[in-house]
Ligand binder design. Structure first.
Ligand code: S3P
Length: 163
């Protein structure tokens, strides 16, 4: 079963921290979005074209498979919004780490990447969606790490000392 799962909003650092943490702990790294693309043969944007529900269904199916592997897994920002995913995560035995960042930090990070996030086009959408999801992240996480003002290496060190 998966050893460590990283959760948190888009732009909280999951995809940056994940591979570095896996390397530090000598474990394989999995990114849920990458697994979804590989297993469905469609891009995230294409899957969203059939509606968020369709994407969530695929996401859930892939999570059920990948959670059985040992390693470090970076979730998508919306994965814990589904109650069945929260249940699966809570019973997985993995340490679930919430990466936190302030709105301004997240907004800057989202502007800097080429990755398309269909659900967040404006800062107002970001504020509303983050607020709506905060409870879901806290429901699954065993540990919370602030990433603002720290380098990825510092964040990895902080996590590695606590797992
Ligand atoms: C989503 C976050 C994305 C990706 C999809 C939906 C979300 O992952 O799964 O665009 O609902 O927050 P990242 O958190 O890796 O950007």
């Amino acid at each position: 079963m998966m050893d460590i799962v990283l959760t948190g909003f888009m732009g909280s650092g999951k995809t940056t921290i994940g591979p570095l943490l896996a390397q530090e702990l000598r474990l394989p790294f999995f990114d849920l979005d990458v697994q979804i693309v590989q297993l469905t043969g469609c891009s995230i944007v294409e899957l969203f074209e059939d509606g968020e529900n369709y994407f969530r269904q695929k996401e859930q199916e892939v999570l059920q498979k990948v959670i059985k592997q040992p390693g470090v897994l970076a979730l998508g920002g919306g994965t814990p919004t589904r109650p069945s995913n929260r249940e699966l995560l809570r019973h997985s035995g993995a340490q679930i780490i919430l990466l936190e960042a302030q709105i301004q930090t997240i907004w800057q990070r989202l502007q800097q990447t080429q990755v398309q996030r269909p659900l967040v086009q404006t800062k107002d959408q970001l504020v509303a969606l983050k607020k709506q999801r905060q409870k879901n992240y806290q429901q699954v996480a065993n540990l919370c790490v602030q990433t603002d003002n720290y380098t990825p290496q510092q964040v990895v060190k902080q996590i590695a000392e606590q797992v």
